[in-house]
Write a protein that binds this ligand. Structure first.
Ligand code: SAM
Ligand code: SF4
Length: 361
């Protein structure tokens, strides 16, 4: 049997596959792709089940101290009008999420030190006091002490994509950054008992299938509870404006292989994927995804959280978006989940944060 078939057989039988085998799966041609997607869909159904978790995302600030080459929120993008939501506005958005029946609110922003650790902790506490919501944070790289304070205030999860497992590419894409420092943050988050999410972009300049395989292996080693896989989409006001960007096919293949390698993880149908293809959400749900993250950012500022152009959820009204999602899920016979959607493979933090296999400290 050829490399693709052998690797698929092994991964479908829950055997660990290596970098070469992951590359063989990522190389699937048009004839092989349906088998890859079907295998990922079966693993998804057998492990995390058919329910789809809905997480409301609130993008509360587009200020950022970082200058990532790929991102529209980068510090040097002077053409972007900046905004910050006040504490009460964030609380209102969370309240709206709760009223619409969400069980998780995701608070995301650029790396904005305007919000002190204490201010974020207060927001988490107020959300927890008032609403029956799990809280996910996605605020970038901060100190271990900040992460500790937020965890103590009640934060349940943290999303911090490693973006690329290629150290050189990481340094190029994130000036002044270091992959090891980002991994150290992920390590702390695990130690502190967060359900931890990482992830990567697909189609970054200079990325190869071997790099993508390393991304998947890294997340397997980290034993992440969540993995966000989306295409890189070039933004006109960034240094990467002329780059090619990620394709739908390769993003779906990466998502499917990630499901095979991280059977119990929560994998979102990312907004970036939905931006690339109008039917992206349906396709992602068919090849491993089990999470959707509708946008609950107040309409007045939403168009300013422009990570990449034509973001698909810019104009979506939450009620309409939810109606669309409900009818898609009914059509796919995938019920919306009713619980918080805590990670299945989550043991409440192992207390030592040790990573198996490679050492990334
Ligand atoms: N500032 C935090 C951070 O970087 O972790 C959280 C917010 S950041 C906007 C969220 C994610 O947006 C990043 O992890 C990155 O993968 C994604 N992103 C940024 N620019 C992108 C682009 N041009 N195409 C696709 N995804 C992008
Ligand atoms: Fe800032 Fe995050 Fe965008 Fe980088 S990806 S510029 S850290 S918002």
């Amino acid at each position: 049997m050829e490399a693709f078939g052998l690797a698929l057989q092994k991964a479908s039988a829950s055997e660990q596959i290596n970098q070469r085998e992951i590359v063989a799966l990522l190389s699937a041609d048009a004839e092989q792709m349906p088998a890859l997607f079907a295998a990922a869909d079966t693993v998804r159904s057998n492990t995390v089940g058919d329910a789809v978790h809905l997480r409301a995302i609130v993008e509360f600030s587009n200020y950022c101290r970082k200058n990532c080459l790929y991102c529209g929120l980068r510090r040097d993008n002077k053409s972007l009008p900046r905004y910050r939501l006040a504490e009460d506005e964030i609380l209102q958005a969370a309240g709206k999420a709760a009223a619409l029946g969400f069980r998780t609110v995701v608070l995301q922003s650029g790396e904005d030190l305007f919000y002190s650790a204490a201010a974020i902790a207060r927001i988490i506490e107020r959300i927890k006091q008032k609403h029956d919501l799990a809280v996910t944070l996605s605020l970038g790289e901060r100190s271990r002490e900040d992460y500790r304070v937020w965890r103590e205030a009640g934060a349940d999860r943290y999303l911090l994509k490693h973006e690329t497992a290629d150290e050189r590419l990481f340094r190029f894409l994130k000036p002044g950054g270091d992959l090891r420092e980002r991994l150290r943050c992920l390590h702390w988050l695990k130690e502190l008992g967060y359900q931890t999410g990482s992830g990567n972009m697909v189609g970054l300049p200079g990325q190869s299938l071997a790099t993508l395989a390393e991304d998947i292996l890294l997340m397997r080693d980290l034993n992440v509870e969540m993995a966000g896989i989306g295409p890189f989409l070039p933004h006109h006001a960034t240094p990467l404006k002329s780059a090619a960007g990620g394709t739908l096919e390769l993003t779906l293949k990466t998502l499917a292989v990630t499901r095979l390698c991280l059977p119990g993880a929560h994998l979102p149908a990312t907004t970036a994927l939905c931006t690339l293809a109008p039917d992206g959400r349906r396709m992602a749900l068919g090849c491993g995804a089990n999470v959707i993250m509708p946008n609950l950012t107040p309409p007045g500022v939403r168009d300013k959280y422009l990570i990449y152009p034509q973001k698909s959820d810019i104009t979506e009204q939450p009620e309409l978006a939810l109606a669309g999602i409900t009818s898609l899920l009914a059509e796919l016979a995938r019920p919306p989940a009713t619980g918080y959607g805590h990670a299945q493979n989550f043991s409440g933090g192992n207390g030592n944060g040790k990573l198996e296999g490679r050492v990334y400290q």
